[in-house]
Structure formats: C-alpha cells, structure tokens
Design a protein around this ligand. Structure first.
Ligand code: PLP
Length: 420
C-alpha cells in the first residue's frame, strides 16, 4: 500500500460484520477464562491484553498504522510528545550516561534534556546542526548512548542532515533518534536515511485538528543492541521474569522493552478515546500534508517579497539556507513559516494582534492558521544564548499555515501588515 492508502487502511482490518471504524475500547482491563489463562499471559504478556496502562486495542490499531507509515517494526503511543522523547531516551540511558543532541530542537525537549534529565544523572551534549563530522565526533564520550535530532526543527525550521548524524551515531555504536513531528512520515521517512528510532508529538500534524495531546515512539528494528553498550536489552530483566529482550523479541527488542518495562512502570499511555481521535486525523494526513505545503509555500513567498519583512525562513524557498537538505530529505517543507518583521518585537506584537483569521495560540500544525511568538511563550524559559543556539531570533513569529483558502490567509496577512 502507498501512504494515502496506509493512512486509511493500516492497523485495522474488520472481519465479517465487524465495525467499519476502529471501535473505542473504553476498558481498563480484559477478561480471562481461568486463573491459568491469566498466569500464561503474565509469562508472555505480548500474547494478550492485560491492562490498559500499557496496551489497548484502539491505541494498538493506531500504533500499527504509524509503524507502517514510518516503515518500522513496531510503535508505542504515549500520552504526549514529551513522554515519547523522555521514554525513547530512558529506554537505553540511565544515570551516568550521556546523549548527544542537535541544539536545534523543540524548546520543551531542550528543557527536558538540559535541565530535567541532568537532575537524574543523564548529561546532554548539544552540538550545532551544521557542525562538520570531526566536530560532531568530538562530542561523543565513552558513556554516550544515543544521538538526537529533529527532521524539521520547531521553530528554527532547519533541516537535519539525517545521514550525517546517523553516520556519527553508528560509528560510536549508538542509535540515532529522530523527532519527525513537523515532517510526518508523509514528507520524510527517517529510517530510510539511517535513523534507528523515530518519535512524534502526535498532537501536531498527525492529529491536525487540535483534538488530543499525544506522542509515539517507532522502532526501526535494524539497530544491533548486542554491541556491548546496551546490557539492559541483552541481559535478563529481573523485573520481567528473566527475559532477554533481544533474544526473545529479536528486531522488536527496543519497542517491547519500552512497553513491557517503561510503560508498565511509568504508565504514560494514552486513553482509547484519544487514540480514536488521533486515528481520524491520521486518515487524512497524506492529503492534508500536501495542502499544508502548498499553502505555506504561498505564504512564505508572499513574506519574502514584502518590504515590511526583515527575513523569512521556510526550507521550501530556494533562497533558504536549508533548501538543499530540504530537497534531499523532504517531499515538501511542511506548513510552518517563520518571519521577522522590520521594527522588532513591537511590530511583531502589532502584526499578530491585528490578525483576524489566524489565531494566537500555543499550538502549531493546527488545521486552522495560528501564530505564536516563541520568545515570549513556548521558549520563554530559555536564556538568550539558548534562544540563539535553538535558532530563535527574539523578534521571530512562528506562522503555522492552516487549510483555509489561501486567498483568505493572504488577505488576513495583508490587512494585518497594513497596521504595522
Ligand atoms: C510539540 C512538540 C513536542 C512535544 O509534544 P507534546 O505533544 O506537546 O508533548 C516535541 N517535539 C516537537 C517537534 C514538537 O513540536
């Protein structure tokens, strides 16, 4: 199946007389015929459902769909994108370990890596995305267990050179984790370029309608966990009746451990109802991404030509410094454009407050056009230095182009700019 078809049909195939749409299994638990049957399931928990803290049929249908779209061997949904980033790292890192991350990533992830994980003994070494391979290799330590980057960074809109980061990760025997939220598997499939684990905030384009907060971790299934750096995947897990994940679950070792150990213990699993809503978004993902790209390109070109705009960033523009990487890795540059208006922050605020169609909201990738001033909202907690290294100008506006008629979006921009 191609992507458009997978969006509609992967993950759930009803049999004779079963519901056309994946049902909402709003149940915490599952019934067994006997004590023995329950005992058997505890011996092999991947064989049946036990409890909706770590597995539920509605959520699992969505997991199978996303794994198929990304080309992975398995996926696990989480209650937010933040939970996905956290658990993707904790599945292979513990106190005394470190990770290497591109500095151009989502502000919430910077906070998680630089401040919170540090308190738990995991160090994050940030590297510039544009660093040459020699500089990149120098960031690794003996205790480094993973490399992290974002396909299209939110909100810097730089494009990750996935092959370069994968080479550096693999030459040090560690996996590359890619946050593919802004690209979605429709515009880029990071596994094809050497990524090992993909995560998403499904709250964004995958959902698209601003209905649910969620995340997902997808396992590419190709990384060799037996190189000596990842004993927790190879040696018996005493909390899981002595099973070795690699031995028992082969190429699905990573994602099985994430579910059976971390999700069991942390319990950040989404509700069935949220997964149902996410699935509705996924059904139209391929069609929507096409239009987001089309509309955003028109908006980016308009800003590029406007004399009231100091600069515009959109990897789809030929003038953009990431255009070559965009052409290499992406089928389109997605729906977010950032701009800096002449006259700095004051004019930025005037412009944003004058918009009538586009709403001010702390969200992005909504089906409706929305705007945000990152320096005073999502990235408020970052220092000026962190802002610059995350690629954020203090006057920058993040313009998330929606699926309204493009002429209405442009008319709104024009009338708002007239007030500046
Ligand atoms: C929003 C976002 C996150 C965090 O996801 P939540 O669902 O808000 O927890 C992570 N990465 C990127 C790129 C995001 O845009």
């Amino acid at each position: 199946m191609r992507d458009e078809t997978k969006c509609l049909h992967s993950g759930y195939t009803p049999k004779n007389s079963e519901p056309r749409v994946v049902p909402i299994y709003q149940s915490t638990t599952y019934v067994f015929d006997s004590t023995k049957e329950i005992g058997d399931v505890f011996d092999e928990p991947t064989k049946a459902l036990i409890y909706s803290r770590f597995a539920n049929p509605t959520v699992m249908a969505v997991e199978a769909k996303i794994a198929d779209l990304e080309g992975g061997v398995g996926a696990m949904c989480t209650s937010s994108g933040q939970a996905a980033s956290l658990m993707a790292v904790l599945n292979i890192c513990g106190a005394g370990d470190s990770i290497v991350s591109s500095s151009k990533i989502y502000g919430g992830t910077i906070n998680l890596f630089a401040v919170t994980l540090k308190k738990y003994g995991i160090e994050c070494i940030f590297v510039d995305e544009d660093a040459d391979e020699e500089t990149l290799n120098k960031a690794f330590k003996d205790n480094t267990k993973a490399v992290f980057g974002e396909t299209i960074a939110n909100p810097a809109l730089s494009v990750l050179d996935i092959e370069k980061f994968a080479r550096a990760a693999h030459s040090h025997g560690v996996p590359l984790i890619v946050d593919n939220t802004f690209a979605t598997p429709i515009l880029c499939k990071p596994f094809e370029y050497g990524a090992d684990i993909v995560i998403h905030s499904t709250s964004k384009y995958m959902d698209g309608h601003a209905l649910q907060v969620g995340g997902v971790i997808v396992d590419g299934g190709k990384f060799d966990w037996t190189n000596g750096k990842f004993p927790s995947l190879v040696e018996p897990d005493e909390s899981y009746h002595g099973i070795s994940y690699v031995e028992n679950y082969k190429e699905s070792a990573y994602i099985t451990k994430a579910r059976m150990q971390l999700m069991r213990d942390f319990g950040a699993y989404p509700a069935a109802n949220s997964a149902f809503l996410l699935n509705i978004g996924l059904e139209t993902l391929a069609v929507r991404m096409e239009r987001y790209c089309e509309n955003a390109m028109r908006v980016a070109k308009f800003f590029e030509e406007s004399e009231k705009i100091e600069s515009v960033t959109y990897p789809g523009l030929e003038s953009d410094k990431n255009h070559a990487l965009c052409k290499k890795y992406l089928k389109g540059a997605s729906g977010v454009v950032t701009l800096v208006i002449n006259g700095g922050k004051d004019n930025a605020v005037k412009f944003m407050d004058s918009l009538r169609l586009a709403s001010n909201e702390v969200h992005v990738a909504d089906i409706r056009t929305c705007v945000l001033h990152p320096a005073s909202a999502t990235h408020r907690q970052l220092t000026d230095e962190q802002l610059v290294s995350a690629g954020i100008n203090p006057g920058m506006i993040r313009f998330s182009v929606g699926l309204e008629n493009i002429d209405d979006i442009l008319d709104d921009i024009k009338q708002a700019l007239a007030n500046v």
